[in-house]
Design a protein around this ligand. Structure first.
Ligand code: MN
Length: 299
């Protein structure tokens, strides 16, 4: 970082560092730690709602088992699945779906509602191996909650990979912008989702958007933020909205996920797989699901 830039930057403060709760199983395929969720962290993480970190966990080969979670609905938000190891197959009631592997991302917009299933791919189940993935729930603004559902399958090769200065590592722009490069994900509000791999001894300064929510998730390794706050694997740091930069150092290297976004300043009412703005809309979601208005999986 050259000195003229340094003078004009103001570092984002670290407001809190949160540790992962105990893991729980989602279906029989995803041993997850819910690092944050809107019921606990509410407006602090908007526009993000929830982050489940699955694995890393080793699965033995199986010839016949289906590992994952069967047909279930969503309404009012998006689910973003980022695979680090293993392979996951999705299918939904609009006919969309696909299998994603390491480096790939599925950005599914549930919006007005769909039914989907999420399983390990048959090939991965038969071979066995390590599964590591993140599922992030991204809120939709009220104006977009009842849009038609959408699906973006984003392959690794379409995600810009940027070398960080000084040999610090790499940053993949899944959504938003970094260093003039635009990520492939189409979003409903301004969002940055960056996959960072830092080398041992890295010291980098990330330019961030003032006024936006900032969450830095450490998936593996340990980092020092702002020169003083240690964050370890499966912890996340909540950044102040004020400020426009974050300094990250690591002694031994780290794998990080940065989430930034413009806060959605609207009430949140949620229950299970539905996240809306009012309690009446949640009741309506249950009624619509019971009445079969979310569609059905093809046989
Ligand atoms: Mn789901």
């Amino acid at each position: 970082m050259i000195s003229s830039e340094r003078r004009t930057m103001s570092m984002k403060k670290i407001l809190a560092v949160h540790s992962a709760p105990r893991p729980h199983w989602v279906g029989n395929g995803f041993p997850v730690r819910s690092l944050f969720n809107y019921m606990q962290h509410g407006a602090l993480v908007t526009p993000f709602l929830l982050l489940d970190y699955a694995g890393p966990a080793r699965f033995e080969p199986s010839a016949s088992e289906r590992r994952g979670v069967g047909s279930h609905p969503h309404r009012g938000f998006e689910t973003v699945t980022i695979v680090y190891e293993g392979e996951v197959s999705h299918r939904d009631s609009t006919g969309a779906g696909g299998t994603i592997g390491p480096g790939d991302v599925q950005w599914m917009t549930a919006a007005a509602g769909l039914v989907h299933e999420e399983f390990h791919s048959p090939a991965f189940t038969q071979q066995g191996g390590v599964l590591e993935m993140v599922q992030l729930w991204v809120n939709l603004p009220a104006r977009d909650k009842m849009n038609a559902p959408g699906y973006q399958g984003i392959v690794d090769a379409s995600i810009p990979r940027i070398a960080l200065p000084g040999g610090g590592g790499t940053l993949r722009v899944i959504a938003g912008r970094f260093d003039g490069q635009q990520g492939p994900a189409r979003t409903h509000t301004p969002i940055d989702v960056w996959d960072l791999r830092l080398e041992a001894g890295a010291r980098v300064s990330l330019p961030l958007v003032p006024g936006h929510t900032g969450v830095l998730v450490v998936l593996s390794g340990t980092v020092q933020l702002g020169g003083h706050t240690a964050v370890h694997d499966a912890q996340w740091a909540q950044l102040a909205r004020e400020g426009d930069a974050l300094q990250i150092e690591t002694e031994h290297g780290a794998k990080l996920l940065f989430l930034g976004g413009e806060p959605i300043q609207e009430p949140i009412a949620g229950h299970g797989p539905f996240v809306m703005n009012t309690r009446a809309e949640i009741v309506q979601a249950f009624q619509d699901f019971e009445a079969g208005r979310f569609g059905q999986m093809a046989a």
